[in-house]
Design a binder for this molecule. Structure first.
Ligand code: NAD
Length: 474
């Protein structure tokens, strides 16, 4: 293995893909410049995405649980919400983490430039700093980690603070009386849940026949049922044909698939219909980098673009647009640059929707298996049979394994329920380690925990689960 570590590297974009790449490059001994418009590294994930939304979802869960506590004989008074303090707490979480990354950059002697980069050639960048000053810098290699931004629907373009994308919604300017959420995906359901818990009457419209189109239907069902109780309405097969600012609210025309329309006025509207890659980088036409028809920068398995000196990682290169995928790509790109024999070809990338209950999956999904006509055995363990789930009064969850009938290898894992996002990591490890259903069944899981449901679903596959009874077939 030949190693090249005396290189001078630029990383454009300091989100999880960019800072992971920059830090590893520095750890391998490269000279690293990290360029981003924010004061510190963090990107969308830390400043306006994963981190602030998870802080708010934690609060939402607490409020929801305080309502449920009535069933357990504990009656809390309705919460008094100090919005300024809640916002302040969320901002402190962001500051702590982004500040921490700033310190880590300094400790690694990464040169952090707060500014924007434009290509002058494949290996020369012009960086315009936040204070307006600029400089041209030459590098051996450049890594693009420019991320993504919210997609815009032309019919929903309206210049008013009442219309929000995820950034606006996370700013939490007020607790609106009513909120229309356009798009029942990750962001719509996570932030819709936050506002609903804070007291807003939330309506979600989703153009497809079900929420979270990427997830298996049986995983979405328990979430859908709980959301039906929390939200004012979930309108499927529905889009928003137009919006009009009426001063005191936004009048939205909701249109179902069969053409029926209805008008409703909302205090605020959150548009969460997907994200677009940030691939319109200034001066990119001076390089050999190719951008595909959907706007993703084209890369090979080493994350190298068509320009051999330029690599690209994260949301800008393709789905799934998830921070953990970006981080691993960032590290792979750096290793490839260093001359290591590497490729980004994971068997499983976990997806987690941080609603309540959480929905998480990795590897093959049942829907995908059906679409590909792939024969799989599905073993499901209902949480109604889990002691831990009952003690939490959350029996609606379910854990399932997708298993290859010939080899008995675990190909996919899906979990819905509280804590599913933490538990899915075991599924990822199982898939990456090529675990067999027997390996999982024989792995002693601690009792009483929700993690036992993973082991129990493997037992379901063999028809020997201790906690449920399935008469043998035939
Ligand atoms: P999404 O792709 O998850 O969901 C968008 C939804 O909007 C889909 O269900 C789609 O069918 C629907 N839609 C599209 N156009 C519509 C229209 N005109 N009217 C009604 N519905 C419409 O996208 P998102 O929620 O905006 O999130 C963007 C991305 O950000 C995600 O795909 C994910 O990669 C990432 N993200 C991840 C997390 C997480 O990991 N927990 C959280 C938030 C965002």
């Amino acid at each position: 293995m030949s190693e090249t570590t005396n290189l001078n590297i630029a990383v454009i974009g300091a989100g999880p893909g960019g800072y992971a790449a920059a830090f590893l490059a520095a750890d391998l001994g490269m000279s690293v410049t990290l360029i981003d418009p924010e004061l510190n590294p963090g990107g969308v994930c830390l400043y306006r995405g994963c981190i602030p939304s998870k802080a708010l979802l934690h609060v939402a869960k607490l409020i929801e649980e305080s309502h449920q506590a009535k069933d357990w004989g504990i009656d809390f008074a309705p919460p008094k919400i100090d919005l300024a303090r809640l916002r302040g707490w969320k901002e402190n979480v962001v500051k702590k983490l982004t500040g921490g990354l700033g310190v880590l950059s300094k400790q690694r002697k990464v040169r952090y430039l707060q500014g924007r980069a434009a290509f002058e050639s494949s290996t020369t960048l012009h960086v315009t700093r936040a204070d307006g000053s600029g400089e041209s810098l030459a590098f051996d290699r450049v890594i693009l980690a420019t991320g993504s931004r919210p997609a815009i629907v032309p019919a929903l373009k309206l210049e008013t603070p009442r219309m929000m994308d995820s950034t606006g919604a996370l700013n939490l300017e007020d607790i609106p009386g009513t909120l229309l959420v356009v798009g029942g995906g990750y962001i719509g359901l996570e932030l819709g849940s936050v506002y609903a818990a804070l007291g807003t009457r939330v309506t979600v419209v989703e153009m497809l026949p079900g929420l979270l189109p990427g997830a298996d239907r049986d995983l979405v069902l328990p979430l859908h049922k709980r959301l039906e109780k929390m939200l004012d309405g979930i309108l499927l097969n529905t889009t928003v044909a137009s919006v009009k600012d009426e001063g005191s609210g936004i009048r939205a025309t909701l249109k179902t698939q069969d053409g029926a329309t209805q008008e409703k006025v909302f205090d605020r509207v959150l548009v969460s219909v997907g994200r677009k890659p940030n691939s319109e980088i200034s001066g990119l036409d001076k390089t050999r980098v190719q951008v595909g028809p959907r706007g993703f920068i084209q890369v090979n398995k080493q994350l190298q673009t068509d320009d051999p000196d330029i690599y690209a990682v994260g949301d800008a290169v393709g789905e799934p647009m998830l921070a953990h995928k970006a981080m691993h790509e960032g590290r792979t790109a750096v290793e490839a640059i260093a001359g290591h024999k590497v490729a980004f070809e994971p068997n499983a990338i976990p997806a987690v929707v941080f609603t309540d209950p959480e929905v998480a999956w990795c590897g093959l999904t049942e829907t995908q298996a059906q679409n590909e006509n792939r024969e799989v055995k599905v073993a499901k363990f209902p949480w109604a049979a889990s002691g831990r789930a009952i003690t939490l009064d959350r029996p609606e969850g379910m854990t399932k394994l997708l298993i290859d009938p010939q080899t008995e290898r675990v190909l996919g894992v899906g979990i819905v329920g509280v804590g599913a996002g933490e538990m899915i990591a075991e599924g990822v490890l199982a898939i990456e380690m090529a675990a067999l259903a027997k390996d999982i069944a024989l792995t002693i899981h601690p009792h009483p925990t929700l993690s036992e449901t993973v082991m129990e679903s493997a037992e379901v596959f063999f028809g020997t689960s201790t906690d449920i009874y399935r008469p043998k077939r035939g």
